[in-house]
Design a protein around this ligand. Structure first.
Ligand code: AMP
Length: 310
C-alpha cells in the first residue's frame, strides 16, 4: 500500500530463455511489464496490463501479486501461448542477441483496461508493438505523465507507428543505440533533441553499465551506473531502471517533475537496475527489500555527489 497515487504499465509478460557467460535459464518469468512492475512496486501502486497464455502459472502471477502489484488486468487467453523471448549475451554483457521472439497471445491482443488502470496518473508503455502501446494510451484518460520504451525490432519493423506513439507521450526511455537508430543522428545530445521535436519533453538515454543520461528542455544530466563485481544477467535492466525512475516520480506525485526530482528518479532507476542484474531474471528483485534500496541509493549518492544539496 502506497497511498493515492498509482501507475499503469503495459508491456510484454513473458517467458525468457537466456544464456549469459555465467549460466543459462529456460522459460524464466520475464517481460518488460514484469521487470518494470516489480521495480516500480517499491515506490507506488502498480497495475499491469497484458495477456498471458494458459502455460502461465498461478505461481508466476503470485510473484507480482506478492509485491502488491494489481494483476486484475492480466488477461488469460484460453488456448493461447505466453510471449516468449530467447536471447544471449556476449562476454561484454552490453551486447545482447535475440535468438527468437514469439508474440503468442500478444499477436491479437485487444486491451480493455479496468477503471483503476485507466485512471492512474502515470502510464508506462513498455516495450511491445507500438500500435498496442497507442491503443492503451488512448484509453488512459487520467494520465498526467506518460512514458514509452521500445527496441530495435520495432524501430526496424514498425517505425511509423512508433513515431506516432512517441508523439503521444511526455517521456521516452530508450537505449542510446536505439535513440541513434531511430533518429538516424549519431550524436546522442542532438538525437535526444530530435526526439523532443516529436513531442516528449523528457528523454532518458539508457547506456547499460555506463548509466543513464537525462535530457530536458535545455539541460543534460548524466549518472554512471552502480558498478558491481558480480553481474550475471542484464535482462530486464532497462525495464527495472524505468520502474525505479517512474515509480519514484509517481510515488512523490511529480507529474511535472523539476530537475532535482528527476535526478533522484534517475538514481532510483539506477539502483533498481543494479539489483536486477545481480542474478538471473527476476530472482534478485523477488527477494529485495526496501531497506536495501534505501542503502544502495545512499551509497550511490555519496559515490557520485549527484545530489549535493541534500
Ligand atoms: P531489457 O530491460 O531491455 O533487458 O528487456 C528485457 C525484456 O524484454 C525481456 O524480459 C523480454 O521478455 C522482453 N522483450 C524482448 N524482446 C521483446 C519484444 N520484441 N517485445 C517486447 N518485449 C520484449
Amino acid at each position: 500500500m502506497h497511498g493515492l497515487m498509482s501507475l499503469t504499465a503495459v508491456g510484454s509478460i513473458a517467458f525468457d530463455s537466456v544464456r549469459t557467460p555465467f549460466g543459462e535459464r529456460e522459460r524464466m518469468l520475464g517481460g518488460s511489464a514484469v521487470h518494470f512492475a516489480l521495480a516500480a512496486s517499491f515506490f507506488t501502486d502498480v497495475h499491469v496490463v497484458g495477456p498471458v497464455g494458459d502455460d502461465f502459472g498461478e505461481d508466476q502471477v503470485e510473484v507480482l501479486a506478492s509485491r502488491g502489484v494489481d494483476v486484475g488486468d492480466i488477461e488469460r487467453v484460453a488456448g493461447g501461448r505466453t510471449f516468449l523471448w530467447r536471447g544471449h549475451y556476449e562476454a561484454d554483457l552490453n551486447v545482447a542477441h535475440t535468438d527468437d521472439t514469439q508474440l503468442g497471445v500478444f499477436a491479437d491482443f485487444e486491451p480493455k483496461l479496468s477503471e483503476p488502470s485507466r485512471n492512474a496518473e502515470v502510464l508506462f508503455l513498455g516495450n511491445i508493438q507500438p500500435d498496442l502501446q497507442r491503443r492503451v494510451r488512448s484509453q488512459c484518460e487520467g494520465t498526467r505523465l506518460a512514458a514509452l520504451d521500445s527496441m530495435n525490432l520495432w524501430i526496424e519493423t514498425t517505425r511509423e507507428a512508433l513515431v506516432a506513439a512517441i508523439a503521444e507521450v511526455d517521456c521516452v526511455i530508450l537505449n542510446d543505440a536505439e535513440i541513434r537508430m531511430l533518429t538516424e543522428e549519431p550524436n546522442l545530445a542532438r538525437a535526444a533533441r530530435t526526439l523532443m521535436d516529436l513531442g516528449p519533453r523528457i528523454v532518458v538515454a539508457k547506456r547499460g553499465e555506463y548509466g543513464a543520461a537525462l535530457f530536458t528542455g535545455d539541460t543534460i544530466f548524466a549518472l554512471p551506473g552502480f558498478l558491481l563485481e558480480d553481474v550475471r544477467d542484464p535482462t530486464g535492466a532497462g525495464d527495472s531502471f524505468a520502474g525505479g525512475f517512474l515509480g519514484y516520480l509517481d510515488g512523490c506525485g511529480a507529474f511535472e517533475p523539476d530537475e532535482v526530482t528527476l535526478h533522484r528518479a534517475i538514481a532510483y532507476g539506477t539502483v533498481l537496475a543494479s539489483f536486477n542484474v545481480e542474478e538471473f531474471g527476476t530472482e534478485r528483485i523477488q527477494r529485495l527489500d526496501a531497506e536495501e534500496v534505501t542503502q544502495r541509493y545512499a551509497e550511490l549518492r555519496s559515490l557520485t555527489h549527484f545530489d549535493a544539496s541534500q
